[in-house]
Design a protein around this ligand. Structure first.
Ligand SMILES: [Zn+2]
Length: 127
């Protein structure tokens, strides 16, 4: 895997997070170290993304996938699918469907992600 640039993040001094550019993909990737899982890389729209104390996306993916389905939709960045997903409640007994919302950027805007998730959720009937 070829990279041309490594840009240390200055907003998270306690970690060794870094951003690299992959020319064959034409995008930036954030390496997010984690004491629990070892770390994960996520694609970025902008190389200036910040971590802002957010949880490790790989650990958050694991936690979200293992939690019991609730009556409300849930949205998160899923590192296994490399994109944002929405979990929609369905069925009786309660179950859930995990739907990709086709936004791959970890640093996508929260409003954009939730709008796409709502469009998907209201466009489907899962019961
Ligand atoms: Zn982790």
């Amino acid at each position: 895997m070829r990279t041309t640039a490594v840009v240390p993040l200055t907003l998270d001094r306690a970690s060794s997070a870094r951003v690299t550019f992959r020319p064959h993909e034409g995008c930036w990737w954030l390496w997010r170290p984690c004491r629990t899982c070892g770390g994960v890389e996520v694609p970025l729209r902008n190389r200036t993304a910040t971590l802002d104390g957010s949880p490790c996306p790989a650990c958050e993916t694991q936690r979200r996938r293992l939690e019991p389905p609730s009556a409300d939709p849930a949205v998160w960045y899923d590192t296994k699918l490399e994109g944002w997903v929405v979990r929609l409640p369905c069925g009786d007994p309660p179950a859930a469907a995990l739907m990709p919302i086709e936004i791959r950027w970890y640093d996508a805007g929260w409003a954009e992600v939730h709008r796409a998730a709502a469009d998907l959720a209201y466009g489907l009937e899962l019961d």
